[in-house]
Design a protein around this ligand. Structure first.
Ligand code: FES
Ligand SMILES: [Fe+2]
Length: 417
């Protein structure tokens, strides 16, 4: 970057935000957490997963939204329709399904045996004659508003969502529309319980300023270089409460001579970054999407697409991967990561994938090993505010919008410009 086109607060300005310290309260306040429950998670459209997870008719999956005390049953019925219901039996409200996924035309409650179809209808009641006045039509499972968008299953826990999914996504929907998702049917899931507020871990995956410091041995020289020592962003964009950035990648990166294992794996991907699972040539359609590396820079490692409030869709040279940040209390989080990898067709490909996975999991461990320290520091109350630099503009944008939703009586107000 030439010295004369440097603007110290370029991304912050683009986000429509002012410089200056950012309050730490939303990261450590139990009272704020209650507002997040009702006004952020209780009113937003939330991504539950992809349609490939319930590909077959009568397949279903259960997802927990701890912050809202909701257990959600997502089904594909015999006609192929995807719907979400509360995973709660109508009889005496036992949790209906206990396994994370399954496939069956009838879903039976393990308490007294009431049975439901994958369309949510009540199908069977043992000794039904003794239930006087029971109307099966109104005793089906409680529906949750559901939309499928580009293969992503969204739900909204408001009985009548205040905003349509289309309006909720706004211009971010147009930005991401029609993206292809390679290997979407083959996720490798990594889940961790973390001792930090959900925004602490979301922040760790929304900036690259920390990379040369926390990850010197793993990705320190792929996400930074002598020409970009602190991993300054290549691009950032903001769409209402949603956000995007492109992170720098060192195009000169090559494994060192002594890194024989990586050299062997690298020869399979040749992307300038080992953060890639797909082979060169197999990702062309995906990489051609105008919103994958939209500036078409050669110095590119990956993009972050953050769907408000808690979903991070990452895109890189080898495909996509995702993070869910599920709050379980004001200072604990369930972090779910999914890496979507090709099905290996040869030993070489298998080797490359194993290398990729061990590398990304090593990076993940470096990130999540630090989050409890941040939370301890925040909760010490030593400081009122955090100092954020321009390349941390996504974090500033996150706090701004979470606070705005928490403070707004209506979703219309929360989403107003
Ligand atoms: S609670 Fe489900 S059958 Fe009784
Ligand atoms: Fe990191």
């Amino acid at each position: 970057m030439a010295a004369d086109d440097f603007i110290a607060n370029k991304w912050t300005q683009l986000a429509g935000l002012k410089n200056g310290p950012v309050s730490a309260e939303s990261y450590r306040s139990p009272a704020f957490y209650q507002l997040e429950r009702e006004r952020v998670f209780g009113r937003s459209w939330l991504i539950m997963g992809r349609v490939e997870e319930i590909a077959r008719p009568h397949s279903f999956m259960v997802k927990e939204i701890e912050i809202c005390e909701a257990s959600v049953l997502i089904t594909r019925d015999g006609e192929g329709r995807v719907q979400a219901f509360h995973n709660v039996c109508s009889h005496r409200h036992n949790l209906l399904v206990s396994e994370p996924q399954g496939c069956s035309q009838l879903i039976k409650c393990p308490y007294h045996g009431w049975a439901y179809g994958t369309d949510g209808e009540l199908r069977g009641v043992p000794d039904e004659k003794c239930f006087v006045g029971l109307d099966r039509k109104t005793a089906g499972l409680a529906k949750i508003a559901t939309e499928v968008w580009n293969g992503w299953i969204f739900i909204n826990l408001e009985r009548k969502p205040s905003v349509s999914l289309e309006d909720f996504l706004g211009d971010f929907g147009s930005f991401l529309a029609n993206m292809e998702y390679p290997n979407a049917d083959n996720p490798i899931v990594v889940e961790a319980q973390l001792n930090c507020n959900w925004k602490v871990v979301a922040d760790a995956f929304s900036e690259s300023y920390h990379i040369p410091v926390i990850h010197p041995e793993t990705i320190g020289t792929t996400f930074a270089s002598t020409s970009n020592r602190t991993g300054r962003l290549m691009d950032a964009r903001f769409f209402g409460p949603h956000r995007f950035c492109s992170m720098y990648g060192n195009p000169e990166y090559r494994p060192h001579d002594h890194q024989k294992v990586e050299q062997l794996a690298y020869s399979q991907v040749q992307t300038g970054s080992t953060i890639a699972a797909g082979k060169v040539g197999s990702m062309d359609a995906f990489l051609a999407h105008p919103s994958v590396n939209p500036t078409r820079t050669k110095s590119w490692s990956m993009d972050v697409n953050f769907v408000f409030p808690n979903f991070n869709l990452d895109t890189g040279p080898g495909g996509f991967w995702t993070h869910h940040f599920w709050p379980t209390s004001y200072h604990t989080t369930r972090h779910e990561v999914r890496f979507y990898v090709p099905k290996a067709l040869s030993v070489r490909e298998r080797f490359q994938q194993e290398h990729y996975l061990s590398r990304v999991v090593e990076v993940l461990v470096e990130d999540v090993s630090n989050v409890a320290r941040v939370q301890r520091g925040l909760e010490s109350g030593a400081k009122e505010a955090m100092y954020l630099q321009d390349n941390e503009a996504l974090l500033r944008h996150s706090v701004h919008h979470v606070e705005k939703w928490a403070q707004s009586a209506t979703v219309q107000e929360a989403m107003s410009e």
